[in-house]
Design a binder for this molecule. Structure first.
Ligand SMILES: Cc1ncc(C[n+]2csc(CCOP(=O)(O)OP(=O)(O)O)c2C)c(N)n1
Length: 204
């Protein structure tokens, strides 16, 4: 498989361009949060600081509770691998306002770029060598609209789909391994929760 060429920061900036109050964004811990914050910190972003495996479940709950809003989960492959079962639950619920975008760098980037299960392997002749395909996992869980994005030419459609296509949708985006500066959102979880609720509901 060819090496990934997409860069996560400009990609996320494009995905979140002109985000309005209709868009609720859940950020996966680590690199996805820094990407989302660089695109512009806003009260309707809910970054997971250390809550690995939590974003899709939280996105699902929010999508069901707020059916008139768009909910977008942007997270990493390591995080997604920790909560594969949540994809099956998304499929059973079929929220039409939920989009999930996994930025797959095939690494646990935040903790030092250890290979995740999506990395190709070399375990001998009986091993296919293919890493876990999270888009196929999502499809197998029962999410009908899934896809993988590798090329810049696919990005405009990706953005449209994530922002507006009928959910639930799942997109796997193969991104480069890069060393990027931290761009951190506020670190106080209670503050993040309160400002999110205030912006969404009008009270903390
Ligand atoms: C339950 C749990 N295990 C381990 C960690 C440590 N940890 C923080 S970030 C991270 C890697 C995240 O990898 P991925 O989701 O692929 O993100 P990226 O590569 O984009 O940083 C790990 C293992 C944690 N926060 N919680």
């Amino acid at each position: 498989m060819t090496k990934a060429t997409l860069q996560r920061r400009p990609l996320v900036k494009q995905i979140l361009a002109n985000a309005d109050d209709n868009l609720l964004v859940i950020g996966g811990l680590g690199s996805s949060n820094w990407d989302i914050t660089e695109a512009g910190d806003r009260p309707l972003n809910m970054p997971m600081w250390g809550g690995m495996g939590a974003p899709v479940g939280m996105g699902l709950g929010l999508a069901l509770a707020q059916p008139s809003r768009r909910v977008l989960v942007i997270t990493g492959d390591g995080d997604m691998l920790m909560s594969l079962g949540s994809l099956a639950t998304v499929a059973t619920q079929q929220p039409d306002n939920l989009a999930i975008c996994v930025l797959d760098n095939e690494k646990f980037g935040e903790t030092g770029n250890q290979a995740t299960h999506t990395s190709p392997r070399n375990n001998g002749p009986t091993d296919s060598g293919a890493g876990t395909d999270l888009a196929m996992v999502a499809r197998g869980c029962g999410i009908a609209d899934t896809g993988t994005v590798r090329e810049a030419s696919q990005v405009a459609q990706l953005v449209k789909d994530l922002r507006a296509a009928k959910g639930p949708i799942f997109r796997l985006v193969k991104v480069m391994v890069e060393k990027l500066e931290f761009v951190m959102p506020p670190q106080d979880g209670a503050h993040l929760k309160d400002r999110f609720r205030q912006a969404l509901l009008g009270h903390p």
